[in-house]
Structure formats: C-alpha cells, structure tokens
Design a protein around this ligand. Structure first.
Ligand code: XMP
Length: 561
C-alpha cells in the first residue's frame, strides 16, 4: 500500500500473541533453545508437486497476509514470502503464479524493493497489487510517477474490457478500496488498461502473457468483489482447480506425523485453547497412546475451564493426560507482584518448572508438539528473527528443562486460525472448544490490576462468568474477538438498600478484531450491557460498579495489563 499507515510494529515489551496456546508453546520453545536444541524443520504436509501453490511476494503492506488468506479461502494453497526470497526456496513449492503485494515504498526511490527477476523469467502469471503493480510497471519498462492527486478510500471501478479472465462474474461497476499516491504514467509495452476509476484511468491493466496489475486492494473487505478477482486470477489465469481442502490437509498430515514419529513418544502441553486442542487431537488421531498431554492448572483459569478441558480430552477423546493442580505454587509466586510484565515472567517460569517435573516422569520422550500457526511463522520469518527470540527478551525465563532432547512437531504451522478451526471441527472437536475466544497464557493474572489474590480471582471468575453467559445468550460470542471482565484496583462508594458500600470497580471489555494487532470496541447493545452490569453488582459480592471500556487498539491494548 502506498504511503499508507506504516506497518504496525508490536511493542517489544508486550505479547501480541493471539492465543493462549502460543504462550504455552513459547515457554517450551524457549526452554528447548536454552537447552541447546534446534528445532527440526517439519517436512511438507502435502507434496508440492500435487499441490497448487500461489506465492505472494511481500513488499511490506499491512494487508499482505490478508491476500494469502483470501487465496486460501478459494481452496488454493498460498504462501507469503519476502521480496528478497531466493529462487531455491521458491522452486520446491512449484508455484502456479505470483502475486506482488502492496507496500509503503515508491519505485523511483533509489533503494525501493523490486521483484526478483526469476518472477518474470518463470513466465508464470503475475498479479501486482498497488505497489506490486507499480513494481512490475517499472521493471517491465513502463513509467510510474508521483501522483498529483492521492487516492485513498472508496472508488467505483468501471470495467472497460469485460472479457478479461480477471473479471469473470464481476459487476460492470463495483466499489473498490484505493490507497495509493503514485500512479502509472505509461504502461509497459504489451499492456492495456482493463478498468478505470474517476481518478485512475489505469485502475487495472493486463497483458496477453497473464500479467496483471490492480491499483486497488482486492483483499480487503471494502472491496466486496475483490475475492472474485483473486479467485479468477487463481483459477482462470493460473489454472488452479482448488485442491487445498482441510480434508486433504488432514489426511496428508496424519500420514506424515505417523511416519515422522514412528514408535517415538510425543508430549504436548494442553491449555484448553483452540490451537493446543487441535494439535493434541490431530496427533492423537495419528499415533494414539504414544501421545501424552500435560495440563497444568495454574489457578489463573476461568470458571469450569479445568473440568471442560478434562472432559473433552480424557473422557470423550480418551487421551493420556497428566493433570497437575499447581494453583498454590503459582499463587505463592505471584504474592506481592503488581507489575504486568513481572506477572508474565513469573507465570512463564513456573509453567516451565512444572512442565519439566511432569515430563521427566514419563520417561524418554522424543517429540514436543506445539500449536505454532502460520502467522507466527510469517511474523518470525519476515521480521528476520524468530518470534520466540523477541518474546524471550521480555519473558527472560529462568527455570528450564534440563535434559529434554525433543524434536518439534508443529502440524499447524502452515495454517491460519480459521483453517485451524476447520481442522478442529473435522476432527470432531466440540464447537464450543473450536470457537473459543483467545485467552492469554498468564490468564486472569493480567486481568486483575495489582496483586493477584485468591479472593480477587474468585471475584473476577464470577464477573467473567456472567459476561460470558450473557454474551453467549445474546448470540454475540462468535462475532467478538474477545469479551471479558477486568477487576480493577479502584474502589468506589455505592448504595445498596439502606447501606453504603465501598466495593470494587469491574470493567467490561468486548472487542472485534481480525488478528489482535488492531481492534475496535464492540458496540454491544445497551440491554446486554445493562444485564451484565445488573447481574454483576447483584451476584458478585464485593463489586458495586461496572464500566464499559470504549477504547480501540491502538491506542489501548486489548488486555488491560
Ligand atoms: P493486547 O493486550 O496486546 O493483546 O492487545 C493482543 C492479544 O494477545 C493476547 N495476549 C496474550 N496472550 N500471553 C498470551 O498468550 C500474553 O502475555 C498475552 N498478552 C496479551 C490478548 O488476549 C489478545 O488476544
């Protein structure tokens, strides 16, 4: 995207993980690294020769990952790779086409990132989006210049060549989302304009060689017919048939896990979150009793969370689970701790200690299963450092497993969160587990402002239970990225009956988000808020006031600590 907002850099001192599971796996990965081990790269789940793959070449747009998601939604496998990725890394993926993403640069700047020449030499179809369109114009001999009129926001796209394969099933005029400053002055030879907007005479261009450029963003929701364009590119231009389905993925991955593990033993930390639940179920399906799960109750979980997780995994799925109630240990370690990052560090350290103690009781273990997802893989690859290294600096973990010589099993590392949910459903996990909202690894500890005590945990659990209950009753649970209660350290005066009270202030947070990097506060209906508030002050002793958090992220974060 040209001159758009710069890509948001997460604050190094805070977690930006989107799932509590990531936290668990991060602790384990850090532990493994410090014990001197290097994870073994997993082998491909589906043979690339059979799999249709489209590569998105990333120039740094905040929407790049979204392009890959949209292509996958069309049942075509897609990977996002940086513009400086060498051909030898791309060749084994056997791509059917390339998409050049948007990005913040201008092609006429001296150090502007360009597409590697192998893209043009491959003679495969190319779709340039925004900056990607300008890159291919520039590299193929056309001319790009700084636009006199910058174009941001909605525009209406009018097709001038309705027969282009890119436009099959598209309306002759449709809204698109523009975001660019530079413009195509002169197209490269062999190209012609296929569509225009009021301010962009060349909003879409194409050549007979299957190279196309779009001046707008087809991947965002503000371009309602954008997915059709991407689908047309994948199917009609690149010739894909759509063989990326979760059913195929599961079958291929089960075979691969069986082969990789052989007769070995696998250990997996279960948190009750979606990712670890799906990983455990997946691996259990492949190798049965060779898998042991360790479920640590850190005392910072929500009400009934332990029972629910336990029922699903041990009773329904018949898995080997070691359950450890370490609540007292965690609570003791958290005594007097008020600083949010120290809370995270303490919870992380204690988790590793408990995990190590339990894992050492199983005997020899060969593999550690983790719920790493594709966004983590991309983030670590594109930022040039491993995500865990970033997190390590702020967790600065102390207690470590000493002699764990484990290989990594990461069956979900090529999947987006929504794909993980689909896999979970296909594996037969209950909907309520698959659609669970993310919950942070340090749990309720970072939703209690100030010191964590048993009494405060109980208050927060009760308030949180009511929030969840009412949100589910109003059928809003799935629409929200997260909805929860926070126990503040503010006390205020109230009146109940004939008595004055001096009780805690509880805050409610409910946000919508796609990826937790940005979020908006949800416009919850007033009557839902009223019910939540009434029930909390009536049913939770010690609380006499409820407020609703109406800040978005940024500038706030989703969690209060
Ligand atoms: P923030 O508060 O940074 O949260 O906007 C973004 C997402 O990350 C989750 N989160 C965490 N997850 N350990 C985790 O596993 C953590 O320390 C942590 N802090 C925040 C948060 O719930 C939201 O989904």
């Amino acid at each position: 995207m040209n001159k758009g907002k710069p890509k948001q850099i997460p604050n190094e001192s805070r977690r930006v993980a989107t799932s509590g599971d990531i936290e668990v796996s991060t602790y384990l990965e850090i532990a493994k690294e410090i014990s001197g081990e290097q994870p073994i790269a997993p082998k491909e789940a589906i043979s690339p020769a059979e799999r249709e793959t489209i590569i998105v070449i990333d120039f740094g747009s905040q929407y790049s990952m979204l392009i890959a998601r949209r292509i996958r939604e069309c049942q075509v496998y897609c990977e996002l790779l940086s513009y400086d990725t060498p051909w030898k890394k791309i060749a084994p993926l056997n791509p059917r086409g390339f998409i050049l993403s948007g990005g913040p640069a201008s092609v006429y700047q001296p150090d502007a990132p360009l597409a590697p020449t192998y893209i043009y030499e491959s003679h495969l179809p190319i779709l340039g989006i925004c900056y990607g369109m300008q890159v291919l114009t520039h590299q193929l001999g056309g001319q790009v210049s700084p636009g006199t009129k910058q174009e941001y926001g909605h525009a209406i796209l009018h097709l001038s060549d309705v027969d282009s394969p890119l436009f099959a099933d598209l309306s002759s005029s449709s809204p698109v989302w523009m975001s660019h400053g530079d413009k195509i002055e002169e197209m490269p030879s062999g190209f012609r304009a296929l569509a225009y907007t009021e301010n962009s005479p060349i909003a879409v261009m194409g050549s007979d060689e299957g190279i196309f450029g779009l001046q707008f963003h087809p991947e965002v929701a503000h371009t309602p017919e954008g997915k059709t364009i991407l689908k047309n590119f994948a199917y009609r231009v690149c010739g894909c048939q759509g063989n990326w389905t979760m059913g195929n993925f599961i079958n291929d991955s089960l075979a691969r896990i069986k082969k990789q593990v052989g007769k070995g033993k696998v250990v997996c930390a279960l948190s009750g979150g979606v990712d670890s639940a799906v990983v455990a179920t997946f691996i259990h399906r492949a190798i049965g009793d060779q898998l042991t799960c360790i479920f640590v109750n850190n005392g910072l979980l929500r009400r009934e969370e332990v029972e629910r997780t336990f029922n699903v995994f041990r009773l329904n799925l018949g898995m080997n689970i070691i359950y450890v109630d370490a609540s007292e240990r965690f609570l003791n370690r958290l005594k007097g701790v008020t600083d949010p990052e120290t809370k995270r560090k303490v919870v992380g350290e204690e988790f590793i200690k408990v995990f190590e103690e339990e894992a050492s009781k199983i005997g020899k273990v060969d593999f550690l299963a983790q719920g790493t997802l594709y966004p983590d893989v991309i983030e670590s690859a594109l930022s040039g450092s491993r995500a865990s290294a970033k997190i390590k600096t702020h967790h600065n973990v102390g207690g470590l497993p000493t002699k764990m010589t484990l290989n990594l099993l990461e069956p979900l590392r090529n999947l987006f969160k929504d794909e993980v949910r689909q896999v979970g459903l296909e594996l037969g996990l209950p909907e309520e587990m698959v659609w669970r909202q993310p919950f942070p690894g340090p749990g309720l500890a970072i939703r209690i402002i100030g010191e964590v005590t048993k009494e405060k945990l109980e208050i927060l659990r009760s308030a949180d239970w009511i929030v969840m209950n009412e949100i589910k009753k109003a059928k809003l649970y799935r629409q929200l990225w997260q909805s929860f209660a926070i126990l503040t350290d503010v006390k205020s005066v109230g009146v109940m009956g004939d008595y004055r009270t001096y009780g805690y202030l509880v805050a409610i947070r409910a946000v919508t988000s796609e990826d937790a990097m940005t979020a908006d506060w949800s416009r919850l209906p007033y009557d839902v808020l009223a019910r939540i508030s009434n029930r909390i002050v009536n049913e939770v002793p010690g609380v006499n006031r409820v407020v609703y958090d109406i800040t978005s992220k940024p500038p706030s974060t989703i969690e209060w600590e």
